[in-house]
Design a protein around this ligand. Structure first.
Ligand SMILES: [Zn+2]
Length: 543
């Protein structure tokens, strides 16, 4: 096996100004500062994580104290700073420079730490002519610490330079900001990151293809460090950094799979859509990614409808373009609105794929020609629908039936049956209170209903509006209950371990003998609704 160098991020950390990736303006300002011998007492570097602030601060600190600085000031074209060879530069590269003090404010937030800095800054530098403090994540300092710091910022010792680095400019006190020389670090451009990765792969002898690096660069979202970390992760998992390898490690689906999903939504094909979603279960996919990419794709599709060049999906086939051109603009905008407005709920649920599936189904049911909602209308919640006079009259009973039809795809058969057999009592539109009575015998599943709330509540909200409150009772007794159409499923009902004397005799295979209807009354009733076999009974079922 080839020798693999560990930790590419550390190895490829930039050591001089030329190596800093994608920050030409910041570098030019700092080099001018060195050339003109004009140093500000306090610098404030701001920008997103991983875009080069800390590395640049270290390089600048090394350059300020580099023995060859005077030569640079005579002719900057002849000397690259820092030289990496003088005594000061060598000490810097070993992280042993006595005049360079780096503090991580995230772990040193208190006022005492700042007092230590203030006290030590009054001593003259030992090795070089400037003592330099780098305070990383400066926004994490407490207010008291900032105020203590202000005193030294007002009259900084001539031999001291402070560099504050932050990812959150808003949290730096205005009074501190106004005393700093601010340098902004932009998110590094996608192409710049990709080019850097390519250079790195060639130097490190890592096999790659351009598309693979492009996916990494896009995922890194402006952070060179994140890009290199991801590259490292991929190269340990596979031999070649290909697009497929990167997508599978990220849990992403490729563009053609995304386009398939998109077409199934727009053609309102429920069966196809469900089948497609269940096929995704096999893979470790990131639903957040699919969701975000769907938004981008629908956005681009809307641009195409307006004859504008798409932003991200620039390589769509003629067939896909034609499909988009033929699709309904109202449906596209409705889908876009739904994806944007519901995205916040995706983060809150653990059943993300189920949520995606359900939202798309609800969307299709509202958008399809058979649906209750006319085409060319944008996505609106249940409550808003009621006020639209030009649409079919929607009664709370209809809404409840609509909700019931959506529950059929739940994984949990107990939930499906409970809702199916429940009686709608009323929906008070003023208080948004929905009253429903479940069959009395389902009282034993009351906790389960609560535990699985995240599964059914969001569907309920989509039908009755986001404010919907539930009042559930367990008093309903029905004479005539139709079984739910679910076949070939066995039912396992558990609570506490069964006592052996009460266990029904086991007959063939996993099926339990519950033919004694007096003794196993509830089990017999349940089996009637579930249309399956019972393999295990325990705890409360005997009561
Ligand atoms: Zn040097």
């Amino acid at each position: 096996m080839d020798h693999i160098e560990l930790n590419l991020t550390r190895k490829w950390r930039s050591k001089n100004f030329q190596e800093v990736v994608g920050q030409p303006l910041a570098i030019r300002i700092l080099q001018n500062s060195l050339y003109l011998k004009q140093f500000f007492p306090v610098y404030l570097f701001s920008g997103q994580r991983g875009c080069g602030k800390t590395s640049t601060a270290r390089i600048f600190a090394a350059a300020v104290n580099c023995a060859r600085l005077p030569e640079f000031q005579v002719d900057p074209r002849k000397v690259a700073l820092p030289c990496l060879q003088c005594e000061s530069c060598v000490a810097m590269s070993k992280s042993q420079h006595p005049d360079f003090i780096e503090i991580d404010a995230a772990s040193h937030t208190g006022v005492d730490n700042v007092r230590n800095i203030i006290d030590s800054s009054s001593f003259l530098p030992l090795l070089s002519h400037k003592k330099i403090y780098l305070i990383d994540e400066a926004h994490m300092l407490s207010k008291a610490a900032f105020n203590a710091f202000l005193k030294i910022l007002e009259e900084p010792p001539a031999s001291v330079i402070f560099i504050l680095a932050t990812t959150d400019m808003q949290k730096i006190l205005e009074t501190v900001k106004s005393r700093c020389f601010q340098i902004f670090f932009d998110p590094v451009e996608h192409q710049v990151i990709q080019d850097h990765l390519e250079k790195l792969c060639i130097a490190e002898n890592i096999q790659f293809d351009e598309q693979g690096l492009s996916v990494i660069a896009r995922q890194a979202d402006g952070s060179v460090r994140d890009a290199i970390n991801l590259l490292e992760q991929v190269r340990f998992a596979t031999k070649k950094v290909s697009k497929e390898a990167v997508l599978s490690i990220l849990g992403h689906i490729d563009e053609s799979t995304l386009l398939q999903l998109f077409e199934k939504i727009l053609t309102c094909n429920v069966q196809d859509l469900l089948q497609f979603c269940s096929s995704l279960e096999k893979y470790e996919i990131s639903v957040e990614y699919i969701w975000a990419q769907l938004i981008e794709l629908v956005y681009d599709a809307i641009l195409i409808k307006y004859q504008v060049q798409p932003r991200q999906f620039t390589d769509l086939s003629a067939g896909h373009i034609l499909f988009i051109e033929k699709s309904d603009l109202g449906m596209l905008t409705a889908l876009f609105e739904m994806l944007c407005s519901q995205e916040q709920y995706l983060a809150k649920t653990t059943k993300k794929l189920r949520f995606l599936e359900m939202m798309l189904l609800v969307h299709i049911s509202q958008e399809s020609p058979q649906g209750t909602k006319k085409k060319n209308k944008s996505f609106v919640s249940g409550n808003e629908q009621k006020h639209q006079s030009d649409e079919q009259v929607i009664t709370p009973e209809n809404q409840w039936q609509q909700f019931i039809s959506h529950t059929k795809v739940f994984d949990d058969l107990v939930l499906v049956t409970m809702f199916h057999d429940a009686k709608f009592i009323e929906f008070d539109a003023t208080s948004n209170l929905l009253t429903v009575s479940f069959l009395k015998k389902f009282t034993i599943f009351k906790d389960r209903l609560e535990q699985e709330k995240k599964v059914w509540h969001v569907v309920l909200q989509n039908v009755f509006g986001h404010q919907v409150q539930c009042n559930f009772t367990f008093e309903h007794v029905s004479e005539n209950i139709k079984p739910v159409a679910v076949q070939d499923r066995s039912v396992r009902i558990e609570s506490t371990p069964p006592s052996s004397s009460l266990t029904p005799s086991r007959s063939v295979g996993n099926k339990l003998d519950i033919s004694d209807t007096n003794r196993w009354q509830l089990a017999n009733e349940l089996i009637q609704h579930f249309d399956g076999i019972i393999t295990e009974i325990s705890g409360n079922m005997y009561e």
